[in-house]
Write a protein that binds this ligand. Structure first.
Ligand code: KET
Length: 447
């Protein structure tokens, strides 16, 4: 059967029908090889030179994990909380808030304003800065609901590229792998400051101070508000004060990433101390907040960017410019997740219930640290391991190298990022012996 009519003059409609019928016939008849292909259909794709991209270093670990058929497999890659049964957790208070939202027949699905739900913004600023914050009392801040922590960082970075005189941002070494990409894509130039000392598994405070002292005046400095990712090492209160003084004396601009408020200590207020210390001195600062971890709203993409300014007038102008960044990017943010957060934050009982559930998550992680430390110590694994209990937040930065990590994945089906970071939130008591065996075998058999 030959329906090729390419040598016949056809109208555009006829041509389209011709192509469709070819597809249909090809699907129906095995002897359709005699059909002559149209060059546009079978020729090289205009995208044929697109290179295969590598998987993301963190989210790609989950992709590999999902492909592994082994019943032993354990995903300690992405920072996502799991229960003792190894299951993802939706907080009870979140379920309750969702129920209220679903039952409210007056709720609409209209577009939100460009900067999102106004109550959400006020409550988010209060959560991170504290209700007595001078910036809130003096109304000199601009907050926009953004697409979780990542989106808040990106909007903040785009704003800085457009409106700030210094385009260099200093990020710690190491840091969350997405930081340099977010800032570079937004047009900032990325430099680094020393943060972690692998020999002590602690803070390289001297290196940090030296590098920030050498930064050009006005440069932007990315700071993890608490539970530094991936190291789990935070400055002490005194060290924070020292850092604050240095930053202010050089007119550096602090940009806080707060992705783990409540996860480090179990207390929302304690984990916000670093940010509050900077806001208390009256200087400018930016804060990106995420509700992915502390409310377990990972896929809802709820977060906020707050820019603290020195006067109300400046803050209003800043807000107007934030809108110009957001509008062509995604127009306005989604409504559901922010409504859940708002429902919880504005109701005294629900807020209290959330704090209890958050504390329970933080406590379970702390107990995992103790259990893993005990299990590794019991095996007499060479090296020092007390950093497992000293580090805080979701992660342990084990010190395992990439070869040891590959070994643990291939031999023990344990998935973690190649820098040796373990998500303690993904671990449960029954999996601790398997993980400790894997660490022991990796350390004793691979240098
Ligand atoms: N900041 C930090 C420090 C961070 O660890 C994450 C996520 C984010 C921001 C962004 O989270 P968001 O979901 O956009 O609110 N970190 C975990 C997940 C990821 O890589 O996306 C992680 O490190 O596993």
């Amino acid at each position: 059967m030959d329906i090729d009519r390419t040598n016949v003059i056809m109208s555009p409609l006829e041509r389209r029908l011709n192509t469709i019928s070819r597809h249909l016939i090809q699907g129906c008849f095995s002897d359709s090889t005699s059909i002559v292909a149209s060059p546009a259909f079978y020729g090289a794709s205009v995208f044929q030179n697109v290179a295969q991209a590598p998987e993301d270093p963190i989210l790609g670990v989950t992709v590999a994990f999902n492909k592994d058929p082994s019943p032993l497999k354990l995903n300690l890659g992405v920072g996502a909380y799991r229960t003792e049964e190894g299951k993802p957790l939706v907080l009870n208070v979140v379920r309750r808030a969702e129920q209220l939202l679903v039952n409210d027949l007056y709720r609409k699905k209209e577009y939100l304003p460009i900067t999102g739900l106004s109550d959400f913004n006020k409550l988010s600023a209060k959560l991170i800065l504290g209700s007595e914050s001078p910036a809130i009392l003096e109304n000199r801040l601009a907050t926009a609901q953004c697409l979780s922590g990542t989106g808040s960082l990106r909007v903040g970075a785009e704003f800085l590229t457009k409106h700030y005189h210094q385009r260099t941002i200093y990020i710690p070494v190491p840091t969350w792998g997405n930081h340099p990409k977010i800032f570079m894509m937004a047009g900032l130039s990325v430099k680094t400051y020393r943060y972690y000392d692998p020999t002590t598994h602690g803070l390289n405070f001297k290196g940090l101070l030296e590098d920030l002292s050498a930064a050009p005046n006005g440069a932007i400095v990315l700071l993890h508000a608490c539970a530094h990712n991936p190291t789990g090492v935070d400055p002490t209160q005194d060290q924070w004060e020292h850092i604050r003084q240095l930053i202010r004396s050089k007119n550096l601009l602090p940009f806080f990433d707060s992705a783990y408020q409540g996860f480090a200590s179990g207390s929302l207020d304690t984990d916000a101390q670093s940010v509050r210390m900077f806001v208390a001195d009256g200087g400018d600062c930016l804060v990106a907040q995420s509700y992915a971890k502390n409310m377990g709203l990972y896929g809802e993409r709820v977060g906020a960017l707050t820019i603290v300014c020195k006067t109300t007038d400046v803050a209003r102008k800043v807000e107007s410019q934030m809108k110009l960044v957001i509008r062509p990017m995604y127009s306005n943010p989604p409504i559901h997740g922010a409504s859940i957060v708002t429902t919880i934050l504005k109701d005294r009982n629900m807020f209290y219930e959330w704090k209890l559930e958050l504390k329970a998550m933080a406590d379970r992680i702390i107990s995992m640290r103790r259990q893993l430390y005990d299990a590794v110590s019991a095996r007499g694994t060479p090296g020092t391991w007390n950093h497992i209990i000293k580090q805080i937040g979701m992660f342990t930065f084990t010190g395992l190298n990439s070869k040891q990590v590959s070994f643990m994945t291939s031999e023990y089906h344990i998935y973690l990022t190649s820098d040796g970071r373990i998500s303690m939130a993904g671990l449960s008591s029954d999996k601790v012996p398997h993980l400790a065996d894997a660490i022991h075998a990796a350390v004793t058999s691979i240098a």
